[in-house]
Design a protein around this ligand. Structure first.
Ligand code: HGY
Ligand code: MN
Ligand code: MN
Length: 452
């Protein structure tokens, strides 16, 4: 028998053995004890490398969606995806997908997060879920595990929305919330969203193709830092997210009259900054005026003309309200509007607001929550159920597929800050639970149920 024939028979036998063992391997991995399948050191190295893109001198990061730093970070992430054997594509909204074939013709099982940051933010928000998802793929490869569903790792575009004021931008294109009308928005750099999409290699005219239709996905999982202090204070390593808050943003302007700061008597002023300052405190008062976990913020003020000896004539400021209950947000906003009208009358300043962005609250799929809880238990990790006070891409994906989120602790509950920190052990625990949850979802019935 020629060597070739011998080798051929051997390779056929070897192939048969792998195919025969693969599902068992998947089963074996699924039911493995507290062993760890992901590689903590490898995951840490990718997060440390990612933190270099947009790094600030104090160690924080500014990697806004649609920025040079983000473009460089995306290239790095796509390189990791390709090195993990994924087939990479970028959709018309700039979302990056890494595809891994399954053994059956089933809807895609999607998991990932975002890598853009807020202005002067931290190195864990979004990054942990994005790098964690790619680490899961490498671990599946290491363990020679095949899945029934095709898997796709996703990195959503411009989740923070600090650029263009449109949060969860990429996932909102996927859910259909944003249509081509948003592409005309112009940033402080004078470029429109369409200009930046072209820089990302996309044709704005095809923006609608980023839509993901309900039923196209088997399910969605996102690993993320909690960004609050609940898990850290309770010393619980894994959070099972029950739901994600609704968020509403308004753009407001207080318009008074710019005048000489020395010659204008105090009782003859139309001081836009005095009115805006009172408005910011009124937001805080009205949010505090009823029990619950609602929050309200005025994140910045743009003061014109901005000179010490000129009474401010105009002040632009945002108002953000968040809660799991949209009716409560409306109720608080109605009170805030009444307060603004009274302040305007007293200060002789016009305060006008317009709704700028709105994210509906979203519930996590109960079956996927149970599956995450089980995955953590099998990994020997305690869990706690909690809501997400942070907005997430998952709340857009919830409109088209059943979703679930895995939280890991944020030290001191600090986030959107250079002081944002999660331990490498917590990060690895989260990735391990994601690994197991992906395999369990691959086997579970959840995949067949339509989006909520
Ligand atoms: O703002 C948020 O809640 C999220 O981190 N983008
Ligand atoms: Mn985030
Ligand atoms: Mn964030």
């Amino acid at each position: 028998m020629s060597v070739l024939r011998g080798r051929k028979i051997y390779s056929v036998l070897a192939f048969a053995l792998v195919v025969w063992l693969a599902p068992a391997a998947a089963q074996e991995n699924k039911s493995a004890g507290a062993g760890q399948h992901v590689n903590p050191q490898r995951l840490r190295e990718t997060l440390e490398k990612l933190s270099e893109f947009g790094r600030k001198p104090d160690g924080g990061v500014t990697r806004l969606g649609f920025s040079e730093a983000d473009m460089a970070a995306r290239e790095y992430a796509m390189g990791l995806m390709r090195a993990a054997g994924l087939t990479v594509r970028v959709d018309a909204a700039g979302n990056i997908f890494g595809h891994r074939e399954g053994t059956e013709k089933l809807p895609v099982l999607l998991f990932g997060s975002h890598i853009d940051s807020v202005l002067h933010g931290g190195n864990f928000d979004g990054d942990v879920g994005s790098m964690g998802a790619i680490e899961v793929i490498r671990a599946l490869n290491d363990n020679h595990v095949t899945t029934r569903h095709p898997l796709e790792v996703i990195i959503w575009t411009n989740e923070e929305g600090n650029h263009f004021g449109l949060g969860t931008f990429g996932s909102s294109a996927a859910s259909g919330k944003f249509g081509p009308e948003v592409l005309a928005r112009r940033g402080d750099d004078g470029l429109t969203l369409a200009d930046w999409l072209r820089r990302y290699g996309q044709d704005p005219a095809r923006f609608a193709e980023a839509r993901i239709v309900p039923g196209a996905l088997a399910g969605y999982l996102e690993l993320h830092i909690e960004q609050g202090g609940v898990l850290d204070e309770a010393h619980i390593p894994i959070g099972v997210v029950q739901g994600i808050v609704g968020i509403k943003h308004w753009k407001c302007a207080a318009t008074g009259f710019a005048n000489h700061a020395g010659t204008t008597p105090m009782n003859r002023r139309q001081d836009a900054l005095a009115a805006a300052a009172r408005a910011a405190l009124a937001v805080r008062d009205e949010v505090r005026a009823e029990p619950g976990r609602q929050v309200g913020t005025v994140g910045y003020m743009k003061i014109e003309p901005g000179a010490v000896n000129v009474i401010p004539g105009r002040v632009e400021f945002p108002v953000e309200l968040r809660d799991l209950d949209p009716a409560k947000i409306e109720r608080i906003w109605n009170r805030v509007e009444k307060r603004f009208a009274a302040i305007g009358r007293e200060e002789n300043v016009d305060i006008h607001c317009a709704l700028d962005d709105s994210d509906d609250p979203a519930s996590s799929d109960p079956e996927i929550q149970a599956l995450i809880r089980k995955a953590a238990e099998e990994a020997g990790l305690a869990t706690m159920d909690l809501p997400s006070g942070a907005g997430q891409d998952a709340q857009e994906v919830a409109k088209v597929a059943p979703m679930g989120m895995i939280f890991v602790p944020s030290r001191g509950g600090i986030s959107h800050s250079p002081k944002e920190f999660s331990t490498w052990e917590d990060v690895a625990n989260g990735a391990e639970v994601l690994y197991r949850a992906v395999l369990m979802l691959d086997q579970a019935s959840a995949r067949e149920r339509p989006a909520q």
